[in-house]
Design a protein around this ligand. Structure first.
Ligand SMILES: Cc1cc2nc3c(=O)[nH]c(=O)nc-3n(C[C@H](O)[C@H](O)[C@H](O)COP(=O)(O)O)c2cc1C
Length: 129
């Protein structure tokens, strides 16, 4: 079975997230309301779901379109065993949403909706002309 985009990416926007995040300029909702979850359920991720996520990664831009990435699908909870000749650049946890109440206090705190400093506060004061 192939997932449709709507099935594969159901809305995971938390109402509190949408309330906390206001863009200074027009923004696509998919960017504005994405967030970093730390709580995962025990529900297994199917290969179809995994490949649907990797499909998005496949379309990422790269220098001269070299696509220098390789995806290592390890399901282990222990130390990753990276094959020789492969340099590990990113580790991504993939899962279904779980209960934040089960997280340690520190992570529960980080799981709360956050925002960003205003755009103006990130602009360097470069004079024009
Ligand atoms: C390179 C990188 C490393 C991160 N490492 C951690 C981490 O070790 N632990 C954690 O709880 N969150 C981690 N995060 C998530 C950030 O805390 C999170 O992106 C940031 O607080 C903004 O929140 P948001 O992603 O929910 O918008 C990391 C994010 C990035 C981009």
């Amino acid at each position: 079975m192939t997932l449709s985009a709507d099935t594969a990416f159901p809305s995971t926007v938390r109402p509190e997230e949408a309330a906390a995040r206001k863009a200074d300029y027009p923004m696509a909702d998919v960017i504005l309301n994405r967030w970093s979850p730390r709580a995962y359920s025990d529900r297994p991720v199917t290969d179809e779901e995994l490949f649907t996520v990797l499909e998005a990664a496949r379309w990422a831009p790269s220098s001269s379109n070299e696509q220098p990435w390789r995806f290592d699908r390890q399901k282990a909870r222990e130390t990753l065993r990276t094959p020789d000749g492969i340099e590990l650049h990113a580790v991504i946890a993939l899962g279904h949403p779980g209960t934040p109440d089960l997280l340690p206090e520190e992570l529960r705190e980080r799981e709360k909706p956050n925002t960003r400093r205003p755009l103006q506060a990130s602009l360097l004061p470069v004079p024009l002309g």
